[in-house]
Design a binder for this molecule. Sequence first.
Ligand code: V47
Ligand code: SF4
Length: 370
Amino acid sequence: MQVSELLEYVSDKRLRSIGEKVLKGDRLSFDDAVYMFYSNELTFIGALAEYVNRKKNGMFAYFIVNRQINPTNVCVYQCSFCAFGVVKSDPRAYEMSLEEILKKVEETYAQGGREIHMVGGLPPHWKVEDYIKLVREIKKAFPKITVKAWTAVEIHHMSKISGRSYEDILKELLDAGLEVLPGGGAEIFSERVRKVIAPYKASAEEYLQVHKTAHKLGIPTNATMLYGHIETYEERVEHMLKLRELQDETGGFQVFIPLAYWPEGTKLGGKRTSSVDDLKTIAISRLFLDNFNHIKAYWITLGEKIAQIALNFGADDLDGTIEEEKIVHSAGTKSAYGHSKEKLIKLIRDAQKIPVERDTFYRPVSIYSS
Ligand code: V47
Ligand code: SF4
């Protein structure tokens, strides 16, 4: 059945008019997106989102052979939703040596890995040079691997401790070999929520300013949203609106990644998100962020099965093989720590999409069409 035919079955007039807007390619308003969050018509919203996704990405669904490295979990910020960052005296505190890190990169490279996604806690004793050195050493040893490192929170922190501008720091990181910024640290932009869940780290404005500066320097970046804790639906849409506005201005975002909150071991506590909420959030983000090419169904937070359904609800990317995820596992996620490339290909095929191995910049490396 065509999506246009589906419209006839929707008795809710407001939702039908949102559907008509989507079919015409008109931009959705703040109120449209909020309305969908309160609606119970999940399958209709999902079908609309998948219609938009297929126009943008066809039947392709992307993945990458990559590895996450979290050099340390020691963190001065102690966000209440985070079970990963600990104080230096905590028995769980760790800091990897440069040799350990390079060994992990070597293993990934030997398996055909293309990307190192490196983020961590923010230890009180680290200087800007420590962050830059890690990028430089990885690139020096493995020039072909793409380093996606340090969130806007880390860049802001480097600026705070050194008095240097974002631009100055990003230029030095570029020179060291950094090619793209990951999207972490966005959480929810609402000041009301940030005061409770992340009162000390970079503010929403600072996060956005770092990304804007990176875009100006030609560094592409990713964007995230942590949802399912104490934020309202309105605050989720406000968050996406800020990203849509910046994307209109710069065009520098590659992908939007909704991150489902996991509460175990956090100070904030609370409950897990429902699968319905996960799928609705993926679908609404696909519909609302009309200027983003990609929506990531991050299998670590969604779980493998919901991530597969999400590939039919507007998402077109699973992230990657990852190998050793630590941040969300500290908070109780039940997904694997990593998956082989073959497993990701199977997950995508079973979701009835065509697997495309990509590089960090969404350029296809291999298409597994049969
Ligand atoms: O910024 C922390 C989130 C993020 C929890 O750019 C939690 O391609 C759920 O940003 N429950 C880091 N989430 C991960 C991240 C990311 C992941 C994959 C790809 C990309 C990309 C970025 O993890 C943090 C925070 O928002 N997080 N604690 C938690 N309890
Ligand atoms: Fe530190 Fe990031 Fe965890 Fe906040 S979310 S405590 S900044 S590691």
